[in-house]
Design a protein around this ligand. Structure first.
Ligand SMILES: *[C@@H]1O[C@H](CO)[C@@H](O)[C@H](O)[C@H]1NC(C)=O
Ligand SMILES: *[C@@H]1O[C@H](CO)[C@@H](O)[C@H](O)[C@H]1NC(C)=O
Ligand SMILES: *[C@@H]1O[C@H](CO)[C@@H](O)[C@H](O)[C@H]1NC(C)=O
Ligand SMILES: *[C@@H]1O[C@H](CO)[C@@H](O)[C@H](O)[C@H]1NC(C)=O
Ligand SMILES: [Zn+2]
Ligand SMILES: [Zn+2]
Length: 614
């Protein structure tokens, strides 16, 4: 190991101390010679008083000017010399004709995820230190993420800020704190004649996609979200293209691989409503990269989540990648709108960056971010080639995991480093190896064989060759109060010296990226997440308030009678949003302190800082 050398050796100034240096600096500013003599004490005193007064007044003036300038700056975009200050659309000006809007969401990706992934890529590909991700080259601002109910948002409230442009409570799927629906940018786009799409790597019924095309009081009502997404919605069918996972919510409970609570066959209903349905790699390839795709399209490529990229890359014949889905969706939508006066709106989500954060799995995360970066680059390429003008805006709903690119492991002052090589040696996610372990443990009960298996699994799956007996024993314990997946992730995080502060979300601001500042002028700088939603509607000249009005008129609406609606509850306003939350969850204020500060540990034997299952 190379010896640590101070990078910045202190520059020693002539013969004297810092006092001398201060005096020298003063001299430079005032033009006076430094002198330690006291000859002109009287003059010096008044000079000091004068200087002090001058400095005080100057400071006040600078502060006043700064405040005034700040206010000006927040009202008009930067670089306003180059444009009309009253022109909120900046030098690019708002396009007036046909246009496309591509909105990307990197769920749970905070600033540290970028740092980690950038360094990981430089390490694995032998790139120079100034090599950056494509995302890095398109950063334009940041977004503040709190919800109406907490300083730490969940994905539902986070996506409602994007879809409706309004704050709501954690758990709300495009529903306001008063439990009434709010119109979304996708619905407004559909009503205005745009083609619309949703592409994700998690369940298409999960919070982010759900917020664009459905309304329910609680994100857990995924069966209902699925129904609304295929057109059992007061405004009718609003999504033209759906690609992702979550097939289990569309299959009747009598079928293998269903997770519906009832026996409705939504795939069959979707087909009757005109949807073209594909559910595997062969079906995806049959779309010919979009050339042979027809709308409306329902593509459900996994029962639940599409595997993490780190695991998917070895199952490429089973699942399409985010980049492939992105390219195919863009081609499909641009073809479908070729002869139309209106373009398209699409939301594309790198959904599982968030899951890797919840699992505190840094190896899975860097591959998720790389996959997202590739999808982002694919959208840029599409925009460059396409004759219809358009903009790409990308942001996160929140950060997940409280990720840190450093970790103190011992009582001693830590070394300044983290080790991308540890992540590079992992060939699978902790989710994947955990599943392998469960499968093995279910059939093999002999302790020594289990031990051998775990040791080999750590080596082959995570590239860990120095597992301690204690770590192996922990992985074999059947009474752990949390998933063994967390233990795998901790084994790798510690060795890479990567820190996590939670298995949940955090409240840090997240980055905003765009195809150009010119086209996303109003998002330059620090924004509220609702400003991002405001921009989306504004870019396409959509009136989401008008959609909200229409939805409010649907107070008594109910979906398909076959859905099993209890006749007694049909009179309840907005019954179709599902049961409203309990009174205690309708919090407007901040969450309260519950005295839950004690360190979690199983029994002192293991102290991995692991939390509860997400
Ligand atoms: C600036 O404003 C003037 C007067 O309203 C207008 O003629 C001009 O086109 C504007 N320029 C830009 C770049 O928006
Ligand atoms: C399947 O759904 C039907 C209602 O649609 C219900 O009666 C039945 O109990 C469900 N079966 C299971 C196994 O959950
Ligand atoms: C963009 O154009 C280039 C050059 O014609 C072509 O190679 C590429 O496939 C095009 N990409 C997309 C996404 O259309
Ligand atoms: C990665 O694996 C290689 C080959 O087994 C090994 O030499 C190297 O030390 C490992 N790197 C880290 C950081 O563990
Ligand atoms: Zn999220
Ligand atoms: Zn999350």
């Amino acid at each position: 190991m190379a010896r640590d050398e101070p990078l910045l050796a202190p520059r020693l100034s002539s013969e004297n101390s810092s006092l001398r240096n201060d005096e020298e600096e003063d001299a430079l500013l005032t033009g006076e010679h430094t002198s330690r003599t006291h000859q002109r004490r009287g003059w010096a005193f008044w000079r000091e008083v004068g200087l002090f007064t001058w400095a005080l007044l100057a400071t006040i003036a600078v502060i006043v000017l700064a405040v005034v300038f700040q206010n000006e700056a927040s009202r008009s975009p930067p670089d306003s010399d180059h444009s009309n200050a009253t022109q909120p659309w900046g030098p690019g000006e708002k396009p007036t004709g046909k246009r496309n809007l591509i909105f990307m969401v990197s769920d749970g990706m905070g600033p540290t995820s970028l740092t980690l992934t950038r360094s990981f890529r430089q390490f694995t590909e032998g790139l120079p230190i100034d090599d950056t991700l494509v995302l890095d080259q398109h950063i334009i601002g940041t977004s503040r993420t709190r919800s109406s109910s907490s300083l730490v948002t969940d994905s539902a409230a986070g996506a409602t800020a994007f879809s409706c442009g309004l704050k709501s409570y954690n758990g709300a799927i495009s529903v306001l704190p008063d439990h009434s629906p709010c119109g979304t940018v996708l619905e407004a786009a559909a009503l205005a004649g745009y083609k619309t799409g949703l592409v994700v790597t998690t369940r298409i019924t999960d919070a982010t996609p759900a917020c664009f095309a459905s309304h329910v009081n609680l994100r857990q009502y995924e069966d209902r979200i699925a129904e609304q997404e295929i057109g059992e919605h007061p405004l009718g069918s609003v999504v033209d293209l759906i690609m992702g996972g979550g097939r289990c919510h569309f299959l009747p409970n009598s079928t293998d691989g269903s997770c519906r609570g009832d026996d409705r066959d939504l795939v069959d209903i979707a087909k009757k409503n005109g949807f073209h349905y594909v559910d595997d790699r062969k079906g995806f390839d049959g779309l010919g990269g979009g050339s042979d795709a027809k709308l409306p399209l329902l593509g459900l490529f996994a029962e639940k989540d599409i595997p993490y990229e780190i695991d998917r890359r070895t199952q490429d014949d089973v699942y399409p990648s985010l980049e492939e889905m992105t390219r195919t969706a863009l081609k499909t939508l641009s073809q479908a709108t070729a002869d139309s006066d209106q373009g398209f709106f699409i939301m594309i989500e790198g959904s599982r960056i968030d899951h890797a954060g919840h699992g505190n799995d840094p190896a899975a995360q860097v591959h998720e971010v790389l996959a997202y970066d590739k999808a982002f680059a694919a959208v840029l390429e599409f925009l460059e080639n396409d004759s219809t003008p358009g903009v790409l805006v990308s942001t996160s709903d929140h950060e997940t995991g409280g990720l840190a690119s450093a970790r103190q492991l011992h009582d001693e002052y830590p070394e300044y480093k983290w080790l991308p090589g540890v992540l590079a040696n992992a060939s699978h996610s902790s989710e994947y190896v955990n599943q392998e372990l469960r499968n093995f443990m279910a059939v093999e009960k002999k302790k020594h064989k289990q031990k051998k298996f775990v040791t080999k699994l750590l080596e082959d799956g995570l590239g860990i060759t120095d597992a301690t007996d204690e770590e192996v024993e922990t992985l074999l314990r059947q009474d752990l109060p949390y998933s063994h997946q967390y233990v795998f992730a901790d084994i790798i995080s510690r060795r890479a010296q990567i820190g996590w502060s939670t298995h949940g979300h955090s409240g840090v601001d997240v980055n905003i990226y765009a195809s150009s500042t010119k086209d996303a002028w109003s998002l330059v700088g620090n924004n509220e997440n609702t400003d991002v939603g405001g921009f989306l509607a504004d870019y396409l000249d959509l009136n989401v308030d008008e959609v909200t009005k229409q939805l409010r008129e649907s107070e008594g609406w109910t979906w398909d009678s076959k859905a099993g609606v209890e006749s007694t509850s049909i009179d309840q306003p907005f019954h179709w949003l599902g049961d409203p939350l309990g009174e205690d969850l309708r919090t407007e204020g901040l969450d309260t302190y519950h005295h839950e500060f004690k360190k979690r540990s199983v029994d002192g034997e293991l102290d991995c800082g692991c939390g509860e299952m997400h």
